[in-house]
Design a protein around this ligand. Structure first.
Ligand SMILES: Nc1ncnc2c1ncn2[C@@H]1O[C@H](COP(=O)(O)OP(=O)(O)OP(=O)(O)O)[C@@H](O)[C@H]1O
Ligand SMILES: [Mg+2]
Length: 350
């Protein structure tokens, strides 16, 4: 039988190292550069003569240095760590690049001599991600402005016009002069009922677009209003609990938390088959935590959130984005047969 296994020579390894498309550099325990490949030279702009006398502190910004030291400490202690990790790399031209780095120990004769780093330049991806996040923030904000304007137009312009028609119809049908034929009277009364219903619907649409209660009475009142609606209209017993001393949150924070709760409750109503739901708003010393929980059937979360968007499901993604917009985090936990929990944590400003 033919032997298919073969060993790479030292020279082969050197070739791989030199020509790898990722930047590779090796440092001693003090951070002095011991070796680097061509891709590192391309990334940094430093030639062999230049990098040979350099230390990592010269091309990693402070924050990244702290991170790389933490990674090195964990490697030395055999602790678990997440790799690759992101760092900011400052090249010879002074420009900062974002790199994704994987670090490993360099061991010779049983002794740790230094660290080897393999890094990929992800500046463009990272820029794209930033732009996307900025775009989502702007769209979310302008969507709120648009909803507010629409709700106000409906409330201030369209509703009064309908109200006026209702009053006129009422005056005509209930007045004695001129006498109306019963046929016409019935038709006008029918019209009266229809316009009254249209006005009720319109007020509900305006409320759904932008509940005035959040602007007038704040988040807690708005959450209670939503809980009551869920109980009354859908028979889901929903409780609101406030923990800690209630704090006056900035308008945008209240609105975004309200939208997160609104989506979570809509999901409970549409998907959970729950009989009970709980909304908790906790005012902590350094953060505010909103939790929306149900006792419904639960579901399996997709591995990647992007999978939801590709099938047109935008609710949970929207909650994540709003959480991020608040500089906080959002977590969805769900267990089959037990229910679902959405937790939004928002740090206090400053
Ligand atoms: N509380 C819940 N209980 C059970 N399943 C849920 C719950 N919340 C979400 N889900 C499941 O997760 C899926 C994704 O929710 P998501 O809100 O992102 O989309 P959607 O509600 O289907 O559509 P929309 O974009 O209108 O919100 C739902 O389709 C549903 O299967
Ligand atoms: Mg949804």
């Amino acid at each position: 039988m033919m032997e298919t296994r073969f060993e790479l020579s030292e020279e082969d390894y050197r070739y791989l190292f030199e020509n790898a498309s990722d930047a590779i550099w090796v440092q001693d325990m003090e951070g002095n550069l011991v070796d680097a490949n061509k891709a590192f030279e391309k990334l940094s702009g430093y030639t062999l003569d230049e990098w040979a006398g350099m230390n990592c502190t010269q091309f990693l910004c402070d924050e990244s240095l702290d991170l790389t030291r933490e990674v090195q400490r964990k490697l030395l202690n055999g602790e678990e760590l997440e790799q690759p990790y992101e760092q900011r790399f400052v090249g010879k031209d002074g420009a900062t690049r974002v790199i994704k780095t994987t670090t490993s120990l360099v061991i010779a004769n049983g002794e740790t001599k230094g660290f080897q780093h393999i890094a990929r330049d992800v500046t463009e991806e990272s820029q794209l991600r930033e732009n996307m996040r900025f775009y989502i923030q702007q769209v979310t904000r302008s969507q709120e402005d648009e909803r507010k304007r629409l709700a106000r137009d409906l409330h201030d312009d369209v509703a009064p016009s309908l109200l006026l028609i209702i009053q006129r119809l009422d005056a005509i049908t209930s007045g004695t002069k001129p006498r109306l034929s019963s046929l016409l009277k019935n038709k006008l009364e029918d019209l009266y009922t229809q316009v009254t219903r249209a006005l009720e619907n319109l007020r509900r649409y305006a409320q759904d677009l932008r509940p005035g209660i959040i602007d007038d009475l704040g988040l807690v009142a708005a959450l209670e209003w939503m809980a009551e609606k869920l109980a009354k209209d859908y028979g889901i017993d929903t409780k609101v609990e406030v923990i800690g001393v209630e704090r006056d949150l900035p308008g945008e924070v209240q609105l975004l938390l309200f939208r997160i709760a609104q989506e979570a409750l809509t999901n409970i109503r549409r998907h959970a088959e729950a009989s009970r739901a709980w909304i908790t708003l906790e005012f902590g010393d350094d953060k505010t935590v909103l939790t929306v929980k149900d006792n419904g059937k639960g579901f399996k979360l997709p591995q990647r959130m992007g999978d939801l968007a590709s099938v047109g499901k935008l609710g949970i993604l929207g909650m994540y984005e709003r959480g991020r917009l608040l500089g906080g985090t959002l977590e969805v936990k769900s267990e089959s047969g037990k229910g679902t929990e959405v937790v939004a944590e928002v740090p206090l400003p400053g």
